[in-house]
Write a protein that binds this ligand. Structure first.
Ligand code: SF4
Ligand code: SF4
Length: 204
């Protein structure tokens, strides 16, 4: 019947003496074990004073690669489409120059991000990569939405991860690492002859 206490004691079970009923022997045993282990080597970090530096394969918070003060991102939206919890949103705008498009704004909701690394995998430009940052704290939900100001990280500071990604690429080439060509993935519309002709025609 619900609410009725069940007696689990076996018949003839040894009765505890007063010290045992006060748990004192067990407490002293525990303390003794702790003192005995005090001279053992320490396997933990004195976090946060002592920080853990993760390996290059580690997936910390995703960041945008900044190259010469500008985002490498061409705002193709692939990462946002691939992101399982739909943590990424962006708005693109056209710019002058060979890249033609750039994010006007780019946001990642870090409360949604599950650190899966899919955004990094699908990005054709290696413009979004997983960093080594793992200790994020927020005071409120709005603070967890990272804009470009917090997402952009100079590529020099992401060297470890970018080098690691280069090594993972095309392993069938063995030692030879396929370099990411600058011109790659620039599907320019601006430089196409028919557009030039159209612009010229419009000018007349
Ligand atoms: S790591 Fe995964 S969850 Fe986080 S932004 Fe990238 S795709 Fe989305
Ligand atoms: S996939 Fe890469 S280039 Fe495309 S929008 Fe995302 S970060 Fe930018």
């Amino acid at each position: 019947m619900g609410g009725t206490p069940t007696i689990t004691a076996k018949p003839n079970e040894r009765k505890l003496n007063i010290w045992e009923r006060m748990y004192l022997p067990e407490v002293l045993k525990g303390l003794g074990y702790s003192f005995k282990r005090m001279s053992d080597p320490m396997y933990t970090f004195q976090y946060p004073e002592e920080q853990w530096y993760p390996p290059d394969a580690y997936r910390g918070r995703p960041v945008l690669v900044e190259e010469e003060g500008k985002p490498r991102c061409v705002s193709c939206n692939l990462c946002a489409r691939a992101c399982p919890p739909m943590a990424i949103s962006m708005q693109s705008h056209e710019i002058d120059g060979p890249k033609e498009r750039e994010p006007q704004w780019f946001e990642i909701n870090m409360l949604r991000c599950i650190y899966c690394g899919f955004c990094e995998e699908v990005c054709p430009e290696e413009a979004i990569v997983m960093s080594k940052e793992y200790d994020l704290t927020f005071q409120d939900r709005d603070e967890a939405i990272f804009g470009m100001d917090r997402l952009l990280v100079p590529k020099e500071r992401l060297k470890d991860r970018l080098d690691w990604l280069a090594k993972q690429r095309n392993p069938q080439f063995g030692e030879e690492v396929w370099d990411h060509p600058e011109e790659n993935n620039r599907h320019s519309l601006q430089n196409r002859p028919f557009l030039k002709a159209l612009t010229a025609a419009k000018g007349h």
